[in-house]
Design a binder for this molecule. Sequence first.
Ligand code: AMP
Length: 286
Amino acid sequence: MKQITDILQLKELTSQYRSEGRSIGFVPTMGFLHEGHLTLVEKARQENDIVVMSIFVNPAQFGPGEDYEAYPRDLNRDAKLAEQAGADLLFTPSATDMYKGAQNVAVHVKRRTDVLCGRSRTGHFDGVATVLTKFFNLIKPNRAYFGLKDAQQAAVVDGLIEDFFMDIELVAVDTVREEDGLAKSSRNVNLSAAERKEAPMIYKALQKGAELIRDGERNPEEVVKAVTGIIENTSGVIDYVELYAYPELTPIETLNGKIILACAVQFSKARLIDNIIIDIDEWERS
Ligand code: AMP
């Protein structure tokens, strides 16, 4: 695996791969890698000739008071894991190189951001879309891999690729979980021991919501109430429990079609998010 920090070198290498007719799969991350990230790399490995992974804690997607400084980092460990999982190229640029000089343009996301995390994290998805536009232009990947743990992000990227006519296939990958159901996340290390014990309740609550829908509940408010009631038994503070059409992220009065049931819970030093995506029509057919 080649590990590079230089933008020009990245452009040269990726344009060489393209001229050789090799397909490129791209896995953007913020590092502190876990099995969730590595699953994306393994999938990219199966589907492309070259796998490029980026590790970049993107300042533009953190708001004031968020955990940009405290975000966990361990580049040496990450490089070994990325190589073992099958990455060919690990790109770890500096923030000054990625945002050189005064920035002339930033991407503003107009839809799919007024709900879920977008509501409280003002500007977060603009920062995500801006840095991804930079990465996509530098790497020009054939496919880009995103986890459904960050389902709103995947929905935003879907809109970015479509509206800007990018020739990139978005590959969305299911959430990888710990044995007790907690969604794997770099932020889980910031949970206290007691919080770590409670955190699996989040997924249990979402599963209970899914079970209600499976049993015929079609009123979103009832589902949200049940899920909220379970999460309230933890010491975490609920930011939201919400239900929308997916990937449009528009409200639905009577549950139908493809929906997302998602939540965010703030523990003392970690804000956890999780979701379940359900195709109700498919369930009804089966
Ligand atoms: P991050 O480093 O948190 O920005 O995540 C980088 C990519 O890995 C994003 O596409 C995430 O959605 C994905 N990812 C993070 N955690 C998981 C997980 N538990 N399962 C699947 N994908 C994940």
